[in-house]
Write a protein that binds this ligand. Sequence first.
Ligand code: PLP
Length: 403
Amino acid sequence: MDITKIRADFPILSREIYGKPLVYFDNGATTQKPRCVVDAIVEEYYSVNANVHRGVHFLSQQATELHEGSRETVRQFVNAHSTSEVIFTRGTTEAINLVAFCFGEEFMNEGDEVIISTMEHHSNIVPWQLLAARKGITLKVIPMTDQGELLLDEYEKLFSERTKIVSIAHISNVLGTINPVKEMIETAHAHGVPVLIDGAQSVPHMQIDVQDLDADFFAFSGHKVYGPTGVGVLYGKEEWLDKLPPYQGGGEMIQSVSFEKTTFNELPFKFEAGTPDYIGTTGLAKALNYVSAIGMDQIVAHDQELTAYAMQRLKEIEGMRIFGEAEHKSSVISFLVGNIHHFDMGTLLDRLGIAVRTGHHCAEPLMRRLGIEGTVRASFGLYNTKEEIDSLIDGIERVRKMF
Ligand code: PLP
């Protein structure tokens, strides 16, 4: 990977913060955007913009072609069987809410159970709790080791005849743990239970093949994979999506409407009420093509090199506590140093131009499991370098000496 060339694609990386070169280590929250993504968005607004699907005029048809072409790009990127299985959403959160709502409506009743894990983001906890409040379902939680690995024996024991769905993160946004989701899906299927994978943190960092995983549902966000905000994807197997009721009502999702009866559109449109973010989907497709052009193998190798280097260097720091030491770990590193509050560490690193995230990372139950209130989190993207990790280490040492 030619990092210098890649970095030149991201204008924001040449910014200075408080007179220091920006070191952007908050990629788990959102990634920066390459020029080609922003250019595609500007270009579409300037020269194509028209509402999609219903128009007979030239621009509408061109916009529709771009939008549906983006769906095909997503299909290829995650290796879905058909574009009918690719639903555009606002992001991972909306995709999980869609499944919790529609699957819950159709298939879950009082006393039924969903299995999630200790390391879920709030967006894979709260939608199920809302369903629990509405329908009286129960949440079962897979425990984990102190290293941050899910206990698969315990997982297997959670299944009962009331288990209706499993919903788990592919990669933890706090611990970086890469969960063995293929194996976990196999276990669930052996019990006749479908699985939703929260791929928010995995799509930017590993090759995704939904058919190989045999995932029933798979959710991710465009903005975490170098695409624009406000657009994401729910992949769902056609056989499941066909059985689910619509999520929201409105235009696009209908076939015909009368005051007496409405029939719904075919997949994937049944789940896409209202004008879609057709400009956003163009940006997302550009981002996925950008990632593909670099090559996921290269990205994974770069990630692993940065992670190994950062883990080794961080551990040299006195008082360092790292949270998440799974054998299979992605480029997300959470830590605390001595008794320095995560917020103080983050604020002082910021003054050195280093952007890290602090707090509970939308995973309060996980923080409780770890017995802490929050961590400092450094998460890497394809444009980060070992020199930037050196800056982080120097920065942490400076802060440590101040306290
Ligand atoms: N799931 C995980 C594991 C995440 O890391 C995030 C975002 O940080 C989300 C879900 C929610 O993503 P979004 O806010 O883009 O919907």
